[in-house]
Design a protein. Structure first.
Length: 571
């Protein structure tokens, strides 16, 4: 027999009628319908039809006639024939001999089982699902649900607070990342500027190498010119010595002639006194005049040779200074080339290090973005477990480390753009200095041209003076130290080496390509007559000297060398 542990109190008929008249509950129910029910009180095979309603966690059954009233009024009758609590009940399908769609309801507090049956399989499935769902509603589950709701609400509030904190931190870090991106773009622009400066450095290095080669050639040429000047000095010294010996011989001959003249005059005077005839001394006087003229000519040649020797000594000193100057410039260019090479290597190393750091930052940024996405997914997920919480903690710690490293790197790299800009400004200042050197070189070239025009006038005056003075032996001075010939009138040792061209007057700027050649010309000490006497060559007299091209080197003042007076340049 079916009984329940709970004591049930049946209301009196009068109270029951009063309650039914006074209280009509219009509410929604989970499921209602007609089921077959077997008697609970005693074992019986009799099945009776009952109108059943599932309300929350209770099964209420009425007489079959209640169905029509419920469907018409939709009122909940609070006086059913019976009420079965479904909380914690086990509901399962069961087959009976006469009822194939039966359902069994059992509970540990029930002393027996409750059997219900539906008309069809669909109704059986529907009632089974609803009975099982209603069996989940219990007082214990309600308390547990309340506690879970409170716990979830507190956890939700905590997560919402953490989410807001993470969002605030994310916004701050996003701003920092934007700032870092702007700094990275600025660094990229600076890298482009540095690449352009690097190309300019390479061009300057190439120009410096070309200038160094040119200076080497100039040094070799200067050395050859120095050798030529030394040889010419030796020959002029020998020539001066020979002239001195000739003058001494002529002086001795003059003394002898004068003594002979005195003796002849004495003898002639004696004879004249005796015979009273004029002395025939005309031949000796003419011979004496010739000797004096020859001595005068030799003295002039000696003075001219001494003058040329002094000029050659001055030119030798100037060439020596030029050689030292070119050597110092070559050393300076070599040092500049080495410095530029070191700067180029340093710039390349800095670029490689910066690219490596940027790739590392991009990799860490991708890792941080992945951790951030994982954290957002974990925050938005409704299902939580220990593994997800551990993963979220790991993502949070990873993001924290990443942002701390970003802050440190930002503090360290805050001054990097200023340093790189200063380096760029230094390179630009070097470029401006190079341009200033070019400007000074142009000014020195202009001043050299003015000096060349003055030299042109001085050369004309020297040519006129040479034409008015006595005829001197012509000396042929070739270019670049080739062998020279100098037929001198009745003088031994007449071979003289050619003098080198004038030293450079200006200093070229960086990368100059033109104006490097020396004037291909020959020089003459005077427009004298050819070796056997005769008139001087008209095409070689009065020809103005052409000023050689200015040449110079970076950032050094020009050192002009004085030209020879009375020399002319002939193409």
């Amino acid at each position: 027999m079916f009984t329940s542990k709970s004591n049930s109190v049946s209301p009196s008929p009068s109270l029951e009628q009063a309650d039914s008249d006074a209280l009509d509950i219009s509410t929604k129910v989970q499921l209602y319908g007609v089921l077959w029910k077997r008697s609970f009180g005693r074992p019986s095979a009799k099945w009776s039809r009952r109108f059943c309603i599932i309300k929350e966690s209770f099964l209420l059954y009425y007489s079959e006639s209640e169905k029509k009233s419920f469907e018409t009024n939709k009122y909940f009758n609070i006086h059913p024939k019976g009420v079965i609590p479904l909380g914690g009940c086990l509901v399962e399908a069961k087959e009976e001999p006469s009822m194939p769609y039966a359902m069994k309801i059992s509970h540990q507090d029930f002393h027996g089982t409750i059997l219900l049956a539906a008309e069809s399989e669909f109704e059986q499935t529907q009632w089974l699902e609803m009975l099982q769902e209603s069996g989940k509603v219990t007082w214990k589950n309600a308390q547990l649900g309340e506690a879970m709701i409170k716990s979830l609400e507190a956890q939700g509030l905590q997560l919402a607070k953490e989410k807001q904190e993470y969002l605030d931190k994310l916004m701050e870090e996003t701003e920092e990342l934007c700032l870092q991106r702007e700094q990275r773009e600025a660094l990229e622009r600076l890298n482009q500027v540095l690449e352009a400066e690097k190309q300019q450095f390479e061009e300057v290095v190439q120009e410096l190498r070309m200038e160094q080669e040119q200076i080497k050639r100039e040094l070799e040429l200067t050395a050859r010119c120095l050798k030529g000047v030394e040889q010419e000095k030796k020959e002029l010294r020998h020539f001066t010595e020979s002239l001195q010996k000739t003058l001494e011989e002529l002086s001795i001959e003059k003394k002898k002639t004068l003594e002979m003249l005195e003796e002849n005059e004495n003898q002639l005077q004696t004879l004249a006194n005796q015979s009273e005839q004029p002395p025939p001394s005309g031949g000796l006087h003419s011979n004496l005049r010739q000797i004096e003229e020859k001595m005068q000519q030799l003295l002039e040649e000696k003075l001219l040779a001494e003058k040329r020797m002094k000029e050659n000594e001055e030119r030798s000193r100037a060439l020596e200074e030029e050689r030292e100057f070119y050597s110092s410039q070559s050393q300076a260019l070599q040092n500049s080339l080495q410095e530029l090479t070191v700067e180029k290597q340093q710039a390349e190393r800095e670029l490689k290090a910066e690219v490596k750091v940027r790739m590392d930052l991009e990799r860490r940024l991708r890792e941080a973005e992945g951790a951030l996405r994982s954290l957002e997914q974990g925050l938005n997920s409704k299902v939580r477990n220990k593994e997800k919480e551990e993963r979220m903690r790991a993502d949070v710690s990873h993001l924290k480390r990443f942002f701390e490293e970003c802050i440190r790197n930002a503090e360290l790299e805050a001054k990097m753009p200023v340093i790189m800009k200063n380096s760029v400004y230094i390179h630009k200042a070097a470029t401006r200095r190079i341009k200033s050197c070019r400007f000074h070189r142009r000014r020195s070239s202009t001043s050299w041209n003015d000096a060349g025009s003055q030299q042109y006038g001085g050369a004309e005056g020297g040519s006129q003076a040479a034409q008015q003075g006595p005829a001197l032996p012509r000396v042929h001075l070739p270019h670049h130290g080739h062998a020279a010939w100098s037929p001198l009138c009745a003088s031994p040792g007449g071979k003289v080496m050619g003098t080198p061209p004038l030293a450079p007057q200006g200093l070229p700027h960086w990368g100059q390509r033109r104006g490097r050649g020396r004037p291909n010309s020959t020089q003459f000490l005077s427009a004298s007559a050819p070796p056997g006497g005769g008139q001087p060559h008209p095409q070689r007299t009065g020809v103005p000297p052409r000023p050689p091209h200015p040449r110079s080197y970076p950032c050094v003042q020009a050192r002009p060398v004085q030209a020879q007076a009375g020399c002319c340049l002939v193409k």
